[in-house]
Design a protein around this ligand. Structure first.
Ligand SMILES: NC(=O)c1ccc[n+]([C@@H]2O[C@H](COP(=O)([O-])OP(=O)(O)OC[C@H]3O[C@@H](n4cnc5c(N)ncnc54)[C@H](O)[C@@H]3O)[C@@H](O)[C@H]2O)c1
Length: 273
């Protein structure tokens, strides 16, 4: 089903690693909806090669960039505008990584070099790409920029560790830059706070499967899938959301507004018998 709501729009999609990645689904749907896109990821992620399939399917050029490197980002935005023959209408930041989470360091035993990396990769990279785009005047008027986030920015989840701090900063950058970019030329900046999703990054969190099941039962609509997240991103890139900016938008089946569900109470009752 395509309504061509991104017809003639140009986009840059960060973070497609494999078919499970949320960014992968966004890339597929953006092209189905009429957009031309550039795909980008770190040289190491590109070496795995899976993204070549997506590149063929979406007829998209791949431009390597480490999103923590301002130099890489400058080159990326320059080449993307040249290749797509115009300013960029939408950007997806779908990037996250914490060496502390990977190495299972508890929050009371963080390695600070790791933590700096977590914050640089998962949050500052968003500021860096916004600043590069702003300084190159690379985003078309009324463009739309999104980053993906998680509710651990507002509430504490044990195993999310320093990623929670990175996500809080990411959401704050969205608001601060959203004001500046909105006043400049109507560019919207938002974050989408997504349900737990079975991707490489998601499954890297300790106890993910149990947590996924808990969130499923805690959400009146159930967990939102990667495909559903992609649909929401497409709507946010479209002209139908021109006055939405500086928001953290929950895309979580109602999880963030739920105190307790009957499903979970039933399960709890079973367990305490
Ligand atoms: N999976 C979930 O449960 C979930 C829930 C809410 C939010 N999110 C967020 O969604 C986003 C996408 O993650 P995903 O779940 O699709 O997992 P994923 O592992 O498929 O994607 C993460 C991407 O980040 C990229 N990346 C890491 N370091 C980078 C760097 N220095 N420069 C550029 N790219 C870099 C990886 O190569 C990978 O493509 C992340 O921001 C994640 O925190 C995920």
């Amino acid at each position: 089903m395509s309504n061509q709501i991104l017809k003639n729009k140009r986009g840059i999609i960060f973070g497609a690693l494999n078919e499970d990645s949320i960014a992968w689904k966004v890339a597929e749907k953006a092209v189905e909806e009429g957009a031309s896109i550039i795909l980008t990821n770190t040289p190491i992620a590109l070496r795995a090669g899976e993204i070549n399939k997506l590149s063929e399917k979406t007829n998209a050029k791949i431009i390597p960039a480490d999103a923590t490197s301002v130099e890489d980002l400058e080159r990326l935005f320059e080449e993307a505008q040249k290749h797509l023959k115009g300013k960029i209408d939408f950007v997806l930041h779908s990037i996250g990584m914490s060496p502390n989470v990977r190495k299972k360091r508890a929050y009371y035993d963080l390695d600070y070099n790791f933590m700096n990396k977590t914050i640089d990769i998962s949050a500052l990279s968003f500021h860096k790409m916004l600043q590069v785009a702003y300084q190159q005047d690379a985003i078309a008027p009324n463009g739309s920029i999104l980053a993906l986030t998680y509710i651990a920015a507002q509430r504490t989840y044990d195993s999310y560790s320093d990623m929670a701090n990175a996500k809080a900063l990411l959401e704050s950058i969205c608001r601060s830059f959203g004001m500046i970019y909105g006043e400049k030329n109507g560019v919207r900046i938002n974050t989408i706070s997504q349900s737990p999703t079975k991707t490489t990054a998601g499954k890297g969190i300790d106890g993910f499967d149990l947590f996924y099941d808990f969130a499923e039962k805690m959400s009146p609509l159930g967990n939102a899938s990667a495909e559903e997240c992609a649909d929401y991103c497409i709507m946010m890139f479209s002209d139908y959301t021109r006055k939405v900016t500086m928001q953290n938008l929950f895309h979580d089946g109602g999880y963030s507004s739920t105190g307790m569900t009957q499903k979970l109470l039933n399960q709890y009752q079973e367990n305490i018998k």
